[in-house]
Design a protein around this ligand. Sequence first.
Ligand SMILES: C[S@@+](CC[C@H](N)C(=O)[O-])C[C@H]1O[C@@H](n2cnc3c(N)ncnc32)[C@H](O)[C@@H]1O
Length: 253
Amino acid sequence: MYGELDLGSLTIFSGSFINYGYWDQLDPGHEISVEERTASQAELYRQVVSRLEPQAGQRLLELGSGIGVGAALVARQFGTSVSGLDRSPAQLARAAEVNAKALKELPLSYHEGSVTEIPWDEGTFDGLYSVEMLQHVDDLAAVAREAHRVLKPGGNFAVATFFSPDGADTSQVADLIETVASGVDVIRPVGEFAADLTAAGFGEITVTSIGTHVWRQFDQWVGQTEHRDSWGRNWLRCFESGWVDYFIVTARR
Ligand SMILES: C[S@@+](CC[C@H](N)C(=O)[O-])C[C@H]1O[C@@H](n2cnc3c(N)ncnc32)[C@H](O)[C@@H]1O
């Protein structure tokens, strides 16, 4: 998908995370530090995983674990075991290297495979989560079915990524966002994913917009980097036009 490109090395990301982050409100004149940028990405993980209400010792699966620092954070902070699943061998190699110490100290592991064909038996996990990865998947109904299959009854599923608000006109987004034009990112109505979850057998579905914690602050960060004149600045325009938003979606099996 990204080829050999190490997205985590781009200055728009930091700390080996690859997400837009969850931020408090920022003074527009504030100079964001790299530490603050990294903290925003770690906070997005906490926002998602806390919604699983995980208990220490439980077994969690992360879908699209990237360079694996989020999975390590979750295992350390929530006292759970975490298996990270990613389809990119290059990401998995980075994860093994970056998290070598955590892999020795924590119940943590990384595995190759696709979220549309999850390589575990049914009823394996107490909780499932993903951070900024479902926008890469064509078949979200398959993800919903697979998530339902590998979760134990009563287990929770929580995801964060960008979707369109239901009813939004997204016709201009591909002209503004290169990764949407190329098909790397797909923008779907969030209600469509909620319907996929229902069809797969999930209940208690919640859809929460967190866009006010993401887009303006992420744009402020991009404006500080050498990408300040790039198409990446158009995300904020898409959000402010009501075409795209960032959501946390949760469901119970
Ligand atoms: C934007 S990165 C996010 C990584 C990590 N969650 C984070 O926040 O730092 C998305 C990740 O999803 C992985 N991915 C994309 N499609 C996938 C699929 N169908 N199955 C498993 N992983 C996938 C990519 O290889 C990439 O590592």
